[in-house]
Design a binder for this molecule. Sequence first.
Ligand SMILES: Nc1nc2c(ncn2[C@@H]2O[C@H](COP(=O)(O)OP(=O)(O)O)[C@@H](O)[C@H]2O)c(=O)[nH]1
Ligand SMILES: [Mg+2]
Length: 267
Amino acid sequence: MKIAGWGEIKRALDEVSILLEVVDARFPPVTRSEKLEDLARKRGKSLVIAMNKADLVPRNVLWRWKKEVEKERIPTFPVSARKRLGTLMLRRGLKKCAPELPAKVLIAGYPKVGKSSIINVLKGRHSASTSSVPGSPGYTKGYTLYRIDRNLYILDSPGILPVGGSPLERILRGAELSYLKNPIEAALALISTALEFDPNVMERTYGIEGRNPTNMLEELALKRGLTFKSTKEINISEAAKKLISDFYRGKFSFFMIPQKRIYDASP
Ligand SMILES: Nc1nc2c(ncn2[C@@H]2O[C@H](COP(=O)(O)OP(=O)(O)O)[C@@H](O)[C@H]2O)c(=O)[nH]1
Ligand SMILES: [Mg+2]
C-alpha cells in the first residue's frame, strides 16, 4: 500500500472540519500519531479518537483509557467495528463536535487499525455505494468521500500513515513485515512487552512457558519445526516472522493498561 505524504494529509485536512483518528484500543498511546494530531490542531480542526478493536480489551480497561485520553479534552470512543459496538455513539460524537452540519470528517490512523472496517459499519448496508470525490479542486486524487447520512461525510485517504519508531512501536503500528529490518529484535521486544502485560500470553497462545524471550522464540522454532534445511539448525528468524504475523492476524494478542510503564521505547 502507498504511504501517504504529509503534504497530502495536510491538503485532506484542509477539506474537513474534524479529524477522526483511529487507534488500536489495545495500545492507545502507541498508536496515536502526535504529528497527525498536531497538524489537525494547527489547522483548528476538531480531533476525535476512535479506539477500535474494543472487543479485544476488557471493559474496565477501555474506560480507563478513555478517561486518560479525555484528560486532554479529546472526545474518545471505544468501538468494535467487528462486533458493531460503539459506532452509534461515535457517529453522534462526531456530529456533536462539528462546527456546522453537514460535517466532513477525515479518517486517518496507522495501518490495520480498522479504518476501512469502521467506514463499512458507519455507512451501513443500505447506504449508497462509495463514490470518488467529484472534481472539487482541493481534493487529492484517490480520496473517497463516503456519505454516512445527510449530516455526516467521511473522507478516506488512499495512503497509509508513515510508520516510524522503535522495532516494537513499528509492529504495534502495523508496519509491513518487509519493513522490519531485524525481525528477531522486533519479535523479542514484542514478547517481552506482551509478557509484561500478560505473563501467560505465550503459554496460552503456543503452550510455551518461561520468562526469557530468546529461549521462548527458540522453543517456538522447535515446536513449529522451523529449521534450516542444510544444517538442521533452528531458524530463529522464521520463528520471529511467524510470531509477528500471528500478532497481525490477531492470533497472538495482548493489551496495555494505563499507568503501568507503558512500553519500552528503546531505539
Ligand atoms: N478484533 C477486531 N479486529 C478488527 C476490528 N476492526 C478491524 N479488525 C481487523 O483488523 C484488520 C485491519 O482492518 P482494516 O479495516 O482493513 O484496517 P485499515 O488498514 O485501518 O483500513 C482486519 O483483519 C480486520 O478484520 C475490530 O473491531 N476488532
Ligand atoms: Mg483500509
